[in-house]
Design a binder for this molecule. Structure first.
Ligand SMILES: [Zn+2]
Length: 267
């Protein structure tokens, strides 16, 4: 059976509070040998680390999500540095910029928008710094903020890389990510009926420049669309990606697992 990794899962979310052991067992049975549980705040990062300590196949990323920055401490770095040295913490993430729901669209004004964006940029910057110090790569979340996110990461190309997770942009943008030494990863959106734009980007991305993920509990692939997602469904994602790439599951397994092992050194 071809082996795959789920490089982006929110296993600490309450969605799995009652059956996480079964969820992880199903992943193993489906050939999903390793999973990275992603931090979205210090508390969530702490939970991800605890899960990594409990389950051999689970690893952790630690970071503060851009949509949560108004709740972040002014200096996130000391706490993040402590997590980063843990043997099962493989990356800083998820971090980045998200302009999808700006305060201006919810009764705020232009000044509120500017303050929110500045705060996101500050928190993103702090986390890039910690990643460089710790020798870890980043897991990047961006929504409606592609240019700003790339621009903020670009000066550090050569020191740190980012994987632009849940990649839904076109091939031109994919190439701009690869140009700075970063990578992309694809979710169950590749299986959606209306996911042709993402399948086109997959087709254009070299086999050794992307990874696979679920972003569970979100984005369950076909045939589970609309239900709770879980790491086992990387199998369904891999089947569609292999078809789009015109390669065997074994080739896709070797390429994506090698890329992940090289990118997340402690994985
Ligand atoms: Zn996520």
């Amino acid at each position: 059976m071809a082996t795959f990794y789920d490089t982006h899962a929110h296993l600490d979310y309450p969605d799995y509070a009652n059956d996480l052991s079964e969820v992880i067992a199903r992943a193993q049975a489906a050939g999903i040998a390793k999973m990275i549980s992603i931090g979205t705040s210090l508390r969530s990062s702490e939970r991800a680390v605890r899960l990594a300590e409990k389950f051999p196949s689970v690893f952790a990323a630690v970071g503060w999500h851009p949509t949560e920055v108004m709740k972040a401490p002014d200096d996130l770095r000391p706490a993040l540095r402590e997590f980063a040295s843990h043997p099962k913490v493989v990356a800083i993430g998820e971090i980045g910029l998200d302009y999808h729901h700006l305060p201006g669209s919810q009764g705020g004004n232009a000044e509120d928008d500017a303050r929110y964006k500045q705060r996101q940029a500050d928190i993103f910057q702090q986390q890039i710094e910690v990643a460089i110090e710790a020798g870890l790569n980043c897991i990047i979340h961006q929504r409606d903020a592609f240019d700003d996110t790339l621009a903020q990461l670009k000066p550090f190309a050569g020191k740190v890389r980012g994987v632009f997770h849940c990649f839904g942009e076109d091939a031109g943008r994919m190439r701009r990510v690869l140009e700075i030494g970063s990578l992309v990863s694809f979710t169950g959106i590749v299986t959606f009926k209306n996911g042709q734009n993402v399948r086109d980007t997959v087709a254009a991305t070299a086999l050794d420049k992307f990874m696979l993920e679920t972003d569970c509990p979100y984005l369950a692939p076909v045939p589970y669309r609309g239900k709770r997602c879980e790491p086992a469904y990387v199998k369904d994602i891999s089947e569609v990606v292999a078809r789009v790439k015109g390669c065997s599951l074994e080739d896709l397994s070797a390429a994506t697992c090698n890329t992940a092992a090289e990118y997340f050194r402690k994985l």
